[in-house]
Design a binder for this molecule. Structure first.
Ligand code: 5RP
Length: 232
């Protein structure tokens, strides 16, 4: 599918998502090209008189949100987020996610975890029968000893681990960490893997979002599909 068509699907999903945002809410703002459409749509609502307070998951999102006239909450506050809305890199049939393609996974997970409702927006190309394969799993780690953390991750997953770079240098997250991208052929048990990875010293957070999605909104060429998550 052409990039332009995909962008239209992302926008359609974002327009559906903002229907769930009500006056007076505290909204968690995700990061990425899909989340961008949602922020633009919220900007329109605020200019039309809706009152919102927002928690951004990256500097990029904060800048766009401010440009759109959204009010941001001080990041050091103990917020209660009514709804967080974010994109994803992959979604499996149980609505588990891989996130972190943009490197914002840590703040994204903190915001998703503290939201009463977590809405995930994707175009249909992000849906996969099983996580992994075409998209590596990002893991945020402390720079100190990252090589030995990578070895531990390699031993656990039996998969290649690559330090993410940007312009020839290690990519640093907003929290000053680095990202290891793990090329797993398939992730059959995301919950087990997330738990095991989090036990490795040096691992700050993984891009696996397991059992967190409350509502999945998918942009398809035939229209927008909305799926509430069913909890076991
Ligand atoms: C950033 C993310 C993004 O949500 C994810 O990469 C999807 O991005 P896009 O909407 O641009 O495809 O997790 O850390």
């Amino acid at each position: 599918m052409m990039a332009m068509d995909l962008d239209a699907l992302k926008r359609a999903a974002a327009l559906k998502a903002v229907e769930f945002v009500r006056d007076g809410m505290v909204v968690g703002l995700g990061t990425g090209s899909t989340a961008k459409h949602m922020i633009l749509a919220l900007g329109e609502k605020v200019r039309a008189g809706m009152k919102l307070r927002c928690v951004p998951t990256s500097k990029e999102t904060a800048t766009l949100a401010r440009e759109q006239g959204l009010t941001l909450i001080d990041a050091d506050n103990a917020w209660v987020i009514d709804v967080a809305i974010d994109g994803a890199d992959q979604v499996d049939p149980a609505f588990n996610l891989i996130k972190g393609g943009g490197g914002a996974l840590l703040k994204e997970k903190i915001v998703a975890a503290s939201a009463k409702q977590f809405i995930v927006l994707v175009d249909q190309t992000k849906r996969v029968p099983v996580l992994g394969g075409s998209f590596p799993l990002p893991i945020e780690v402390i720079p100190f000893g990252w090589g030995s953390t990578a070895r531990e991750i390699e031993a656990l997953t039996k998969s290649p681990v690559v330090l993410r770079e940007r312009n020839g240098s290690p990519f640093h997250t907003e929290a000053g960490h680095v990202i290891l991208d793990v090329h797993l052929a398939r992730i059959d048990n995301p919950c087990e893997l997330e738990t095991a990875l989090n036990l490795i010293p040096g691992v700050v957070e993984t891009g696996l979002f397991v059992g967190r999605t409350d509502l999945l909104i998918v942009g398809t060429p035939n229209g927008v599909e909305t799926y509430p998550a069913t909890r076991a």
